[in-house]
Design a protein around this ligand. Sequence first.
Ligand SMILES: CC(C)(COP(=O)(O)OP(=O)(O)OC[C@H]1O[C@@H](n2cnc3c(N)ncnc32)[C@H](O)[C@@H]1OP(=O)(O)O)[C@@H](O)C(=O)NCCC(=O)NCCS
Length: 174
Amino acid sequence: MFFRRTKYSTVRIQRAIVAAFCKFPGRVRNVVYRCAGINYGDADIRYNVLITNPEKLIVGKHCLINSNVSFIFGASNETIELGDNVFIGPGCLLTVVTHQIGDSSKRAGNNVYRPIRIEDGVWIGANCTILPGVTIGKGSVVGAGALVNKDVPPNVLVVGVPARIIRQLDNCCG
Ligand SMILES: CC(C)(COP(=O)(O)OP(=O)(O)OC[C@H]1O[C@@H](n2cnc3c(N)ncnc32)[C@H](O)[C@@H]1OP(=O)(O)O)[C@@H](O)C(=O)NCCC(=O)NCCS
């Protein structure tokens, strides 16, 4: 099924390869990605990470993408861009896809796509959702379980649904 020749066949093959090898350790998985023509550099990508369009995920240096994270692109040309030293906690969902609200016969109307950008040094805790169009500024932290629907400035801690700033972070720890 994955290997049927369609205009999306390359992506299907990549998905199949990635899925088939998803129980391997991070380093082996990166080799598999490279075989599929995708280079995530030295990223540590853990188990069961879903990347619907691997070529649209741009990953900086020394990133960690924890288990059960999903990157959803749909038919979009938009990208999800991770800077350097970005950590994404387990179970997060980042989607560039939303819908216009349609009429009552089909509320999930036309697709709308907007890029996501996660800047250098950001830590996103477990089970967060990052909605289309969001930029999370350099050095910020997103607390576990947050839903981020607006841009987050640099060096702040946000938590909650929807995510709100609870404090500024300076350049030091804590
Ligand atoms: C945000 C976090 C880093 C804690 O930061 P902190 O500065 O130590 O914050 P505190 O624990 O002092 O909490 C400050 C306030 O924010 C609240 N808070 C902390 N984390 C929260 C979260 N994830 N969601 C909602 N509220 C949260 C606290 O209840 C507290 O509120 P209060 O002042 O009304 O009591 C931590 O709670 C967190 O979410 N860590 C993520 C863990 C994770 O996902 N691990 C997986 C590995 S990547």
